[in-house]
Design a protein. Sequence first.
Length: 174
Amino acid sequence: MNEKIAIYPGSFDPLTNGHLDILARALKIFDKIIVAVAATELKKPLFSIAERLKMIKTATLNLKNVEAESFSGLLVDYALQKKANALIRGLRAVSDFEYEFQMALMNRHLAKHSKNQNHVETVYLMPDEKYTYLSSTLVKEVVRLGGDAKNFVPKFIELALIKKFKSSHAKIYL
Ligand code: COA
């Protein structure tokens, strides 16, 4: 039987416990998940791609069947290249829906009209209620202002955030 491979794309700037929650749920459905860090500067990331990948790899060290990579270009092309026919996204609240709906349909269209006329479906998973209000931006804001982020990110990521904000130029990112 073919291996069921899914891509979990995002900016992961940084990875949060909410992302890890989604990943754990996705692993119950798929044989392999590739956490794919989008190489886009649109969001002016705080962490470099290499830093984000290292964080993801460290946080998922104990999870079998998880890989982390960066990608550029269209997500569907990357998914097809990886022989994945599913994209994982977390749906935290109704406010996520409209953007996600557009993205899922656009990705479906792009895949269908690609050279190989492939099929890519987006699978939405709901995180635990305690993570429904979480976002990477909020975590950065909390740490930057001296708040406690221990319930939102792994400890080593909280420390990496504190270190980053100690260098004054990082403040321009928020
Ligand atoms: N827990 C915590 N936070 C979560 C979360 C969860 N379960 N699920 C989503 N989020 C947060 C993220 O932390 C992020 O927060 P931020 O905005 O504060 O950084 C936000 O929700 C959503 O961002 P993310 O999941 O990183 O997605 P994105 O919208 O930044 O990225 C891509 C979307 C990368 C998947 C999309 O732009 C893409 O596919 N790009 C490639 C180019 C392409 O193919 N474009 C056409 C797409 S139709």
